[in-house]
Structures are given as structure tokens and as C-alpha cells.
Design a protein around this ligand. Structure first.
Ligand SMILES: Cc1ncc(C[n+]2csc(CCOP(=O)(O)OP(=O)(O)O)c2C)c(N)n1
Ligand SMILES: [Mg+2]
Length: 362
């Protein structure tokens, strides 16, 4: 029988890809969410819900120039952030991670200052909080996280990086490079994908070939969990498992949290141009905050009065943050030159002097 040249394996390499592929490692189990965990998830998720809704209103009122809401993604964000040990771990967020930042303890006035679009990109201290600045470059945070994680390996340090990315970001070449590098070097990193069904106006099924980001893990030798991202307890447990695996030196994990972006992509977006309200309601499913509340009351873990008090605390917090943001006032314009390099170049100093002369008449 004649075989075509392309079908013949090169000598010594016959079946290599199949024969030497390692089975994916098993993830360790994690303790299920306790009643105290569930109450804490609710307290944070209701605060995040109200801050998020308030931020959209602030944009409409002209307080913030722009904002990217995370309505409907509170369980994915708060649940994953609560699984971290931020004395050691480090968060690399996108532009949509208010819930992660809040759960990680970032001051919310400092956080919102980013959305004021002032020069420095946010007032919080990334080194102190272990939450990196917002990343607007799609998939940018993924590369940063892998670099930081590999740094932990080289330093013999115990930290785990968690990088947030969307279904849309998973189509970027950077994600392939990041996952491949992390797989080869067993970098302690959790790729936390919030599959919210959309990349602006493009639905997941029109850009994620194969239909699942988690399924891609097998090709990189990275174990992956695909979970209900609107079940806060499930997210907490899955992320705990992923973090424990990475911390034990077994390398990266992908967690794909299936959720839904219930609002616009950003305050400048009109989802009515690419999906109907009926579609949105059907595809969005049950609200994760309502789901958690029903579980807490149904299982007698918290009563209505305690949950109402948590809601009221969230509303008061949002109002205090609004006042804090308004009190920030404008930043000094010349500051934009100060945060480019640790040591400014001569050219930058000349630009700063010229800018001050023209704008401040200094
Ligand atoms: C490198 C790069 N390409 C394109 C954009 C424009 N852009 C901003 S958000 C976005 C969609 C991202 O979708 P996804 O990763 O699913 O995240 P989601 O917005 O749904 O949270 C695009 C294309 C960008 N910011 N950066
Ligand atoms: Mg998306």
C-alpha cells in the first residue's frame, strides 16, 4: 500500500505527541463554603451591586467620564477574590473588576478615581494591596500575571497570581503565549475567565472556537474547571482548589466561570443594537445576588433582617464613596509627566516645563 509522504512519521518521532502526553493533574479538593463564608459573600456582593449601579448613575450625572459595569458578575468576582490570601497572592484585573477590588479591600474612592480618567490611572497602592492597576488592554493582565507568577518561582516565594480575562480576551494571541509559557514553566497562576457571553457586541459562540475556554487547557497540560459563575459558593470552592494546586507547585489552572453580562459593555454602549431585552432576560438566568439570598434564607443561614441590614450598609457605602469621589477634585495636570518613568528623561522634563508654561503660566 502506498502512503503519501505527509502521512509518514519522521523516524524516531512516531506517535510522539500522543505517547508522551502527560495526563492532566488532579486538583486537590477544597473545603466547601461555610455559613460564615456565605454570609460574607452576600455582604460583599450586595455592596458591590450597589456601588456598581451607583457608578453607572455617576457617569450619567457627569461625575465619572466612563465606567464598565459588572452587573450580574458579582458572584464570579467576589467568590474568586475571597479564595485568595492577599498577604501572598496578587490580582491582575481588567477594566471590569470592581467586585474583585472591593473584596480584596481596595479603597473604593481610590478605585473610582481610575474612572475619573485622571493621569495616574488610579490612586490605590498596587504594591500594598496586591491588586494591580486596571488593565484596559484586552489580555494585557494575563501576561503580567504569568510574569509575576514565574518571578515567585524564581524567588522561591509562595504567592499565586490570579489573572482575570474575558471570553473575548481568550481569542487574543497573548493568551496562547501566556498559557503555553505558564504550562511549560509550571507558573503558579490561576487564569480566571469570566465567560459573560459577550465581547462587546460579539457573542461567545462567534469567537470562541470549540465553545469552551476551559477545554483549551488540555492542549497546554493545564487542568481546567468550568463552573456555574453565578453560584458564589461554587466559585469560591473552585478558586480555592485552583489556588491550592498552584501554591503546591503543580502549575497553572484555568477556571472558566460561566456568567452573563446583564448590562451594557460600558456606559458608552447600547446593547439594544445587538441583542433584544427578551434575549437578555432569557440568557441572563437567575440573578446571582437573589440566588444567594434565597439560599441563605432557605437554609436558615441568615434571616431577612440581617440581609436587609447588609443591603442598607451597601447603600450607605455607595453614598460615602460618591462624596469621596466628589471631594477628590481635579489632579494637578503636570502630574502626567511624573508617572512615566522612575527617573524622567531630559525630553520629558522639557515637555513638562513647556506644558506648565502654557497651561499654568508657571
Ligand atoms: C488589545 C485590545 N484590543 C481591543 C480592545 C477593545 N476592546 C475593549 S473590551 C473588548 C471586548 C473584551 O471582551 P471580553 O474579553 O469578553 O471581556 P468583557 O468586556 O466581556 O468583560 C474589546 C475588543 C482593547 N481594549 N484592547
Ligand atoms: Mg466577555
Amino acid at each position: 500500500m502506498q502512503t503519501s509522504p505527509t502521512a509518514q512519521a519522521a523516524p524516531g518521532r512516531a506517535g510522539l505527541a500522543g505517547a508522551e502526553r502527560q495526563p492532566l493533574p488532579e486538583l486537590p479538593p477544597a473545603a466547601p463554603a461555610t455559613d460564615a463564608d456565605l454570609r460574607e459573600l452576600y455582604r460583599l456582593m450586595t455592596a458591590v451591586r450597589q456601588l456598581d449601579l451607583a457608578a453607572v448613575a455617576w457617569q450619567r450625572q457627569g461625575i465619572l467620564p466612563a465606567y464598565a459595569p459588572e452587573l450580574g458578575q458579582e458572584a464570579a468576582q467576589v467568590g474568586s477574590a475571597l479564595a485568595l490570601d492577599l498577604s501572598r497572592d496578587f490580582v491582575f484585573p481588567t477594566y471590569r473588576e470592581l467586585g474583585v477590588a472591593r473584596a480584596a479591600g481596595v479603597d473604593m474612592v481610590d478605585y473610582m478615581s481610575t474612572h475619573l480618567a485622571t493621569w495616574h490611572g488610579g490612586l490605590w497602592d498596587a504594591a500594598a494591596t496586591h491588586v494591580a492597576p486596571i488593565q484596559a488592554v484586552v489580555a494585557g493582565s494575563v501576561l503580567h500575571a504569568v510574569g509575576w507568577a514565574h518571578g515567585q518561582t524564581l524567588a522561591g516565594a509562595p504567592g499565586v497570581a490570579i489573572t482575570y480575562l474575558g471570553d473575548g480576551a481568550s481569542s487574543q494571541g497573548d493568551v496562547h503565549e501566556a498559557m503555553n509559557f505558564a504550562g511549560v514553566f509550571k507558573a503558579p497562576v490561576v487564569f480566571f475567565v469570566q465567560n459573560n457571553g459577550w465581547a462587546i457586541s460579539v457573542p461567545t459562540e462567534r469567537q470562541v472556537a470549540g465553545g469552551s475556554v476551559a477545554a483549551r487547557g488540555a492542549g497546554y497540560g493545564i487542568p481546567a474547571l468550568q463552573i456555574d459563575g453565578n453560584d458564589a459558593a461554587a466559585v469560591l470552592e473552585a478558586t480555592r482548589r485552583a489556588v491550592a494546586h498552584a501554591r503546591a507547585g503543580h502549575g497553572p489552572v484555568i477556571v472558566e466561570a460561566m456568567t452573563y453580562r446583564r448590562g451594557p459593555h460600558a456606559t458608552s454602549d447600547d446593547p439594544g443594537r445587538y441583542r433584544t431585552l427578551d434575549q437578555e432576560r432569557a440568557d441572563g438566568g437567575a440573578d446571582p445576588l437573589v440566588r444567594l439570598r434565597e439560599r441563605l434564607t432557605g437554609e436558615g443561614i441568615a434571616d431577612e433582617a440581617a440581609l436587609d441590614a447588609a443591603d442598607a450598609a451597601g447603600a450607605a457605602e455607595a453614598e460615602a464613596v460618591r462624596e469621596g469621589v466628589l471631594a477628590l477634585g481635579p489632579r494637578p495636570g503636570a502630574e502626567m509627566f511624573d508617572f512615566v518613568f522612575t527617573e524622567p528623561t531630559d525630553e520629558l522634563l522639557q515637555q513638562k516645563a513647556a506644558w506648565r508654561e502654557e497651561s499654568e503660566h508657571a
